[in-house]
Design a binder for this molecule. Sequence first.
Ligand code: GLU
Length: 490
Amino acid sequence: MTVRVRYAPSPTGEPHVGNVRTALWSWLHARRHGGVFFVRIEDTDQTRLVPGSEGRILESLRWLGMDWDEGPDIGGPFAPYTQSERLPLYQAAAAALLESGNAYRCFCTPERLEELRNYQRENHMPPGYDGHCKSLLPDEAEARAVTGEPNVVRFNVPDEGSTTFTDLLRGDITVENVTLDDFVILKSDGFPTYHLAHAVDDHAMEVTHVSRGDEWIPSAPRHVLLFRALGYEPPIYVHTSIILAPGGGKLSKRHGAKAILEYRDDGFLPEALFNFLAITGWSPDGTTEVMTKEQAAAVFDFEDLNAHPATFDVEKLEWLNGIYLRQMSLADLSERFAQQLERDLPPEVPRPLDRAFVEEIAPLVQERVKLLPEVTPLVDFFFATELPAPDRETVLGKPFRERPEAARAALDAVVAALRPLELWEPAAIEAALRATAETSGEKPGDLFMLCRVSVTGKSVTPPLFETMAIVGQELSLARLEAAAGVAGSA
Ligand code: GLU
């Protein structure tokens, strides 16, 4: 049997890490078993729809590198893949359940239901529908419905017995039917509830494994009852555990429970986030952590998921991000740096940036950057056509604060040593600067910092000699001269 799994988000907001992790595991399972992964949009709760949400959901998957074989945008053998376009199917299922006595119409008003809830609360009774309309004769109920009296359709849960379902990670779970109330399957507006819609669709779309968050465990017996009443075989359930905050407790935005696209905007690599989500609650062997999506897809199985909650470890994500950045090919890395820089650099810097130039700079900072945005302050001076005149205090720094003439003399000596260089490359620049330190009697470290600040305007930069090589001889000399002027200007 072909594995068929789905991601069934409700377009009610931004897709977050927990939700997408469940999708990602389904994707891995499908890819591992040569199966099908598809997307279905569950928009039956029309009051909660957020415009643009569906687009952001698909964009998140795409950015993470997860492709889908069928979906709302590309169709497929079971189209449409948006539930609001499938209403006749749910209505037919509800009609069949009414017909077979597995469901009944309920005309209780919102006021009556409210009173019932209050009564139950005051008397410390479990909440739930009390079966008030169950005794209506079906013909009478149909007649009332035909006149347009508002009603919902409720599933008729058996009063006796128990229902068992199997969760792949937790084994058999059994509940007594008396603990389940007669839940709504079709609302008065003709839209199904999640319970009915998912059962109808997962059957129609031949889903083999339903992987979803463990908040659905309490509803699963209802779903199994629905499947059976409709004459369907229930799928295999895989309820994925929640992600906890470090130290336990609910994961909040502060701990990193952000939307997927926020991670993109914060400069994380999709490879790193994919890897991180995959291993937050799963490990192929208990130790391996760094895995590309292809490597994970070669070994993944739902059965190996951890049924216990995982902890969200944002430091691990940052660590992985650094690993992926360092492993990346120069061409790929340069392209990502270029895109980041095009976002961050001041508007007067012409776009697109010269990719070959970025490729010269990228190796200098590949080891230093953990998150993409960190690249900008490290290298922005390379792109400045004109640096602001160096600030005297910055140029002098601590070593020369009391000795501006020494700074000026050292910079003059540096210029004199560098000007005649015929080969403007790091080793030659280094040799000239070391020799200057020697003859001027300045500590090499102090002299190098003086040059760094003069040429780049900042004290933290990529390695000095390589930096000067890329900045070029003419521009480096001009900046050193300008700094010498500033140093001696008092
Ligand atoms: N639409 C449901 C949700 O977003 C889907 C649950 C499921 O995967 O069945 O929670």
